[in-house]
Design a protein around this ligand. Structure first.
Ligand SMILES: [Ca+2]
Length: 109
């Protein structure tokens, strides 16, 4: 997984198991369970660059949709509802994408 060495495998597995069912994803629960919530600002920057797959400097809606696959290949895509809720939670300046600072704030919520 992309987060090998950053996160504990068992924590990631638990976080993914908790949101297996469609529309059960809750970003606060997920970030806490997988361990990102407790990471340093530097580590969160690293996490951001992993999730920002096209290295645009922002996490866009299509990257959010496939967010779980950064944690495990073959994990499900988020539903449109989950993706929209997730984006809304992180996108505090309303530009339709999530920047590194917005990401760090969201993970720490
Ligand atoms: Ca991007």
């Amino acid at each position: 997984m992309a987060f090998a060495g950053v996160l504990n495998d068992a924590d990631v597995t638990a976080a993914l198991d908790a949101c297996k069912a469609a529309d059960s994803f809750d970003y606060k629960t997920f970030f806490k369970t997988c361990g990102l919530h407790g990471k340093s600002a530097d580590e969160l920057k690293k996490a951001f660059t992993i999730i920002d797959q096209d290295k645009s400097g922002f996490i866009e809606e299509d990257e959010l949709k496939l967010f779980l696959q950064n944690f495990k290949a073959g994990a499900r895509a988020l539903t449109d509802n989950e993706t929209k809720t997730f984006l809304k939670a992180g996108d505090t300046d309303g530009d339709g994408k999530i920047g590194a600072d917005e990401f760090a704030v969201m993970v720490k919520k």
